[in-house]
Write a protein that binds this ligand. Sequence first.
Ligand code: SAM
Ligand code: MD0
Ligand code: SF4
Length: 363
Amino acid sequence: MQSPHLNMGFVLDKVNREEFLNKDEILFLLSRTDEESVNRIYAAAREMRERYFNNQIFLYGFVYFSTFCRNNCNFCLYRRGNHSLERYRKNEEEILKTAVSLAESGVHLLDLTMGEDPEFLLDRPQGLGRLLEMIKKVKEATGLPLMISPGVVPQKYLKDFKDAGVNWYALYQETHNRDLYTKLRVEQDYDQRWNIKIAAHRTGMLIEEGLLTGVGDTREDDADSMLAMRELDAEQVRVMSFVPQENTPMEHWDTPPRLYELLIIAVMRLLFPDRLIPASLDVDGIKGLKQRLDAGANVVTSIIPPQAGLAGVSNNSLDIEDGNRTVKKVTEVLEEMGLAPAPKKAYLDWVQERQRQVEERFQ
Ligand code: SAM
Ligand code: MD0
Ligand code: SF4
């Protein structure tokens, strides 16, 4: 039951004073459907973004270097049970070439993402050794902050990642409802996934947490996710709408209307005003960028260079080969909105300061 005393003025005042909302208040915001209320929420989200980031947006280049995966997530194209997929695993030279071209195009960070590919996750020297070498070389060649999305790894790997120059460990729970989690991430332990993020944080990496919407999540689940993100104190938080994938158990599910994803982005901004919140190009391509920024996102993810033979995740090929997922195209959209790519130094400073805080806290 929602508390009857709640109204937009009360909740947005609280947000403006940067008091964290309770679950009822989060649910109140997530339940707004009338245009006027929703627009007020977006406007408040933009105001909060401006308070901490002015008009500056961070751009993330994305290198999905292996589409092999030992897991069988029901929503994902790369699940091991999908035998109709042509998979790839890029070699070091290809990865470096893509990384350098993304760096030259002006991204602020490189996100090295993979399926849980044993070729890179087996104990050293074969698997992990190869992954660490690659990470170090990308760091050396580009000098950019790095994010990795390797899935769940043995805890003893974390320090190696940190020492290799990794700044961010991204790992999304997708939902914080354990029953729903079990249906989505089949045969994967909830606590193991949760705990490795905490361990990564303690090792001194920044962490990204995320939720997937349109997969059977209720508003209450999503409110719980916000509370979990707060508990985790993740530096970057995200939401993506589910996009059905051929030859997967969820292929006949609908993709949800985007209004709800946008509302979640805005509510995240109100709850976590000084954190990073992505607008992913992987869900609706370049045409979906403006609305996500209008909802308060301040990072553009899944920038992918054409002609590198790389795939996205939820939209494997959308906008890639026609060069629509590039810094140039994204910058055009930003400028139309009175926004701009942040100076390189602004992003470096942000990451450095946050990492300093994390290290201080966990020392
Ligand atoms: N394998 C690693 C993992 O699962 O953590 C990293 C890569 S994984 C493909 C990255 C994220 O993509 C998932 O956590 C999920 O949120 C998102 N994703 C996968 N399939 C999706 C789909 N069909 N629609 C929307 N998002 C999807
Ligand atoms: C994205 N496809 O940002 C990427 C991916 C992994 N750290 C990020 C989900 O949309
Ligand atoms: Fe593998 Fe990640 Fe896809 Fe799950 S979401 S099947 S772990 S690539």
